[in-house]
Design a protein around this ligand. Structure first.
Ligand code: ZN
Length: 212
């Protein structure tokens, strides 16, 4: 085993395997991720695992926060029913600009499964980012793609779609969110979720490795 492989394994052990999509109100969903400075084999493995989890949950987008990791990246596949690897999109360090127009449509989130509500966002957006090959992406987007890119970039800033609801829509989902909060408290009481401090320290450790 080369020292390079050794370091990779150590990093994998520190991080631990991705096991699930975390649910609201897990504190990592409120973490604002710092830009990634390095793309390596370990990061590519993570992206592969994220696509697998996203497909299993029948989602169209998944941000790293949602698998309890502080990386500024998300994956998406808007290819529809027959979608495959050709339609896979990876956005690393996305930056949004030039919002135009306004559109409202129903959104949901794999971290708040079963909850849907109308969200108003710019109808068009320009995104600049890097893909997994380290190539710069600059695209103007509209329709569902623009919505997904904005929803997922929000995740990387610790923002959820439920933060962007009208008063009426917020009132409609209030009880469902309270149910998620109760389930989270139960899991925490059963020691299935670590205390906030422990989660923050773990995220900071991973960030120190990938973001500097
Ligand atoms: Zn989401």
């Amino acid at each position: 085993m080369s020292s390079g492989e050794c370091r990779l394994l150590e990093r994998f052990c520190e991080r631990g395997p991705i096991v699930e999509i975390i649910k609201y109100p897990h504190p990592t969903l409120r973490h604002r991720s710092k830009p990634i400075r390095r793309v390596d084999a370990s990061l590519r493995d993570i992206v592969r695992e994220m696509f697998a989890l996203m497909y299993e949950a029948q989602g169209v987008g998944l941000a790293a926060n949602q698998v309890d990791l502080p990386y500024r990246l998300f994956v998406a596949n808007l290819g529809g029913e027959d979608r495959g690897p050709d339609e896979e999109l990876v956005f690393i360090n996305p930056v949004l600009s030039h919002p135009k127009g306004s559109a409202e449509a129903e959104e949901g989130c794999l971290s708040i499964p079963g909850v849907y509500a109308p969200v108003r966002r710019p109808a068009q957006i320009t995104v600049s980012a890097y893909n997994l090959q380290g190539e710069a992406i600059l695209k103007e987007m509209d329709g569902l793609t623009a919505r997904v890119v904005q929803h997922e970039t929000d995740h990387l800033d610790g923002v959820l779609f439920i933060d962007r609801l009208s008063e009426t829509a917020a009132a409609d989902v209030k009880d469902a969110l309270a149910e998620f909060e109760a389930q989270f408290s139960e899991r925490r009481s059963a020691n299935q979720i670590p205390p906030d401090q422990q989660i923050a320290e773990r995220l900071a450790g991973i960030e120190a490795d990938y973001c500097s």
